[in-house]
Design a protein. Structure first.
Length: 210
């Protein structure tokens, strides 16, 4: 499946009703988000699946692929475009067996060794970070920009940077070879989400295509 990782939204539904969450999602998609990952660390399977189906319905209207964080079973049940797995989740090769060749499989890789292993096992793209300190609840270890550069050059698949990125620091990744940036707070905390996404998309396209 073809996908564009340029402006990759990772969701945060914390403290929001489903309607509020979906409203934010729609504004972000209108503003130019190119890929969406539904990340729900606290929800049980049934709630996760329910929100995944609601999210997919919105993403489908904008023809933007939906990636499910961690849970291959939720991705399959919701007929999402794919799944993203971390180092402690199912191995990429097992996720590929479950989802087949037509789905997107992303993997977190913080080192060149992890990146090359994920690529060999069938990953379609990599997420690397955290590049800067992040306010999200996910535990992170900072990844130097120099290592991001090394990861980008070690594999022929797209690499997406994540962690504490926003308009003020995205251009610090110029020259790394990164194919996109994954954002949470920079979008979900914006006062004008659609406008913010338009500005971010313009910055990223300038950086990625430089």
């Amino acid at each position: 499946m073809k996908f564009d990782p340029t402006l990759y939204l990772v969701t945060d539904s914390t403290g929001r009703t489903d309607d509020d969450f979906l409203s934010i999602l729609e504004k972000a998609l209108t503003g130019g988000v190119t890929l969406v990952q539904l990340r729900e660390k606290e929800r049980g399977g049934g709630e996760y699946l329910h929100l995944a189906r609601l999210t997919k319905a919105v993403c489908d209207r904008y023809r933007v692929p939906l990636i499910i964080d961690d849970r291959a079973d939720i991705a399959m049940a919701a007929d999402a475009a794919g799944v993203h797995v971390g180092q402690s989740d199912l191995p990429v090769c097992e996720v590929r067996k479950l989802l087949g060749e037509d789905k997107i499989v992303g993997a977190t890789a913080k080192t060149v060794e992890q990146a090359q292993k994920a690529y060999r096992e069938g990953a379609d793209y990599l997420g690397t970070g955290a590049i800067f300190p992040t306010t999200t609840k996910v535990k992170t270890v900072l990844t130097p920009v120099s290592r991001l550069n090394d990861v980008c050059r070690s594999v022929p698949i797209p690499v997406v940077a994540i962690g504490g990125l926003n308009k003020s620091n995205i251009l610090e990744l110029s020259g790394t070879g990164v194919d996109g940036v994954a954002l949470v707070s920079a979008i979900f905390s914006a006062e004008d989400i659609e406008s913010e996404c338009r500005e971010l998309r313009a910055l990223l396209e300038k950086m990625v295509n430089a």
